[in-house]
Design a protein around this ligand. Sequence first.
Ligand code: LLP
Length: 426
Amino acid sequence: MNDILTVGGVEVNALTKTLGTPLIVYDEGALEKRLSEFKQSFSHPCFETQVIYAGKAFSCTAMLKLVKNAGCGLDVVSGGELAAAMHAGFPAEEIVFHGNNKTPDEIRQAITLGVGTIIADGEMELDEVIRAARELKTKTSVIVRVNPGIEADTHQYIITANIDSKFGVSIYERETILKMIKAVSECEYLDFQGIHIHIGSQIFGIDPFIASIRKIMEFVSDIEKAGYPVRTLDLGGGFAATYTESDMPLPISLVCNHILLECKHQKDMLGVSVEKIMIEPGRSMVAEAGLTLYTVGYSKKTANKKYVFVDGGMSDNIRPALYGAKYRCDAANKMNAPRTEKVCVAGKCCESGDILIEEAMLPPLQPGDLIALYTTGAYGYSMASNYNRLPLPAVAFVKDGRARCVIKRQPYEDMWRLDDNTQVKL
Ligand code: LLP
């Protein structure tokens, strides 16, 4: 094996020489393959199906172009994500607009741009959607987000369907949901499409999905009996990715297959009219295709451990600090060297919790060596910050031995570009 890690036919040190570190590198072929795997797997002769990429996992113009070319839709959760999608030339009608507190401006922005579907997260928000649609005299499709009350076995911060979740309207508040659907149906500009659920993120098994389909289909049947046909069921995202050896997600084709079979089974059994099924994968679409390259700086021994410091950290990947997320790494320029040292890979931010990997076995490292942290493609760059005024890293796509920079490293000037000293008119 080559001593240098290769991604997409490119030796990573050639990338870091030109683009510097920290550098997030995506295998573009892997992204394309994953997009098409989802698209192909999520189809069923009895349903119209749609795969919606959850852009919060990672987005930039180049990524959104891949999503568009693959024929997938896009889930956005803010005016900013929506504006970025428009900038990338993403078709508005293929966009689903999420979020628990869309501002009146964001709602008007979405309706004006012709966004495909607005997911109404709550009663008050829906009132604003109705006001905006009437004001703008523009037609819009609405899906109502229901919290199915299924708790997925994942980190507390990324569970979204427990009883006290801030997202959606609880399935146990039937009257509120019916009231919302009635209001949508009675608004001349709104078209009631269906129901949305999302039970959490990084879900390994298939059981939580099946349980939530059963529960929501029964609810759909109840809604239909009350006189409101439900055309679409959007099942959200949450499919797991492999971060460490202990993560073993099921093949996505299998998961998709089970989901659609269960939908069909429930449809037949309950006689509901659901015609279209949607899913919104984010993490599982991009996580494994990405890795982050860091340059090793100093190291230090303490009473109980040895630290290896790298030139990034929680500013480009907050997941270990925020969720206790685990990652795997390699010495990217010493791939064949024996792993004789147990080290703690720590970032350079002023925060004791800025640890990327608590315990990693690596060869002895010198300043200038490269560390590759794997599976950083989801919720890394998108949750990055300028903490300690560290610039946002560059991002590259590599494929067939060629590389392109898709997001430039943030220049220092960018960090004071918005500094101001103008008098505020009061
Ligand atoms: N749809 C909805 C309505 C969501 O809230 C989410 C994620 C997704 C789809 C995509 O879920 P995915 O397939 O990526 O699991 N920052 C956290 C993850 C937060 C997920 C928020 N919602 C992390 O780094 O683990």
